[in-house]
Design a protein around this ligand. Structure first.
Ligand code: CMP
Length: 134
């Protein structure tokens, strides 16, 4: 089933000049990029985006990191995009992510784990709306 998912390249990916390499993985896999832009998150947007983590031990560090530089947001489309992209990015903690996954190949720590991708249909809708509107 063809579907869309939302991907965010975090400030560490932009600073480390990994945007091209990461996008290439999705294009090589057969996904189509249907929306894309670069921006810097305001504190308000970062807090809205990660509101389910409010109160957690890592929340402040996460918000500070996410507002520390430019990010790239995109919508990609393809077969089973939500779960296929989640598999390609690897586990949240990059130290545990399999080699061959994006986090497993490019990161070792959190919150600077390179990339975020929506984990469900509901988050795809919410996250696309936040950055690209209806
Ligand atoms: P992401 O998939 O964008 O979802 C929530 C983010 O919080 C996660 O990636 C990490 O960047 C960050 N995160 C999750 N767990 C921790 C943790 N234990 N310590 C620091 N940051 C974390």
């Amino acid at each position: 089933m063809k579907e869309k998912t939302f991907i965010l390249l975090k400030p560490d990916a932009v600073k480390r000049k990994l945007i091209g390499k990461i996008i290439k993985r999705f294009e090589d896999r057969g996904f189509e990029i249907v929306e894309m832009k670069m921006l810097t998150l305001s504190r308000e947007m970062a807090e809205e985006f990660y509101k389910i983590h409010k109160g957690k031990e890592f929340y402040e560090r996460l918000i500070e990191f996410m507002t520390s530089g430019r990010i790239v947001v995109m919508v990609v489309e393809g077969e089973n995009a939500i779960s296929a992209v989640r598999k390609m990015i690897g586990k949240t903690n990059p130290a545990e992510a399999e080699p061959g996954t994006i986090r497993g190949d490019f990161a070792l720590s959190t919150p600077d784990n390179i990339i975020h991708a929506s984990d469900s249909k509901e988050s795809v809708e919410r996250e696309i709306k936040m950055f690209f509107g209806d």
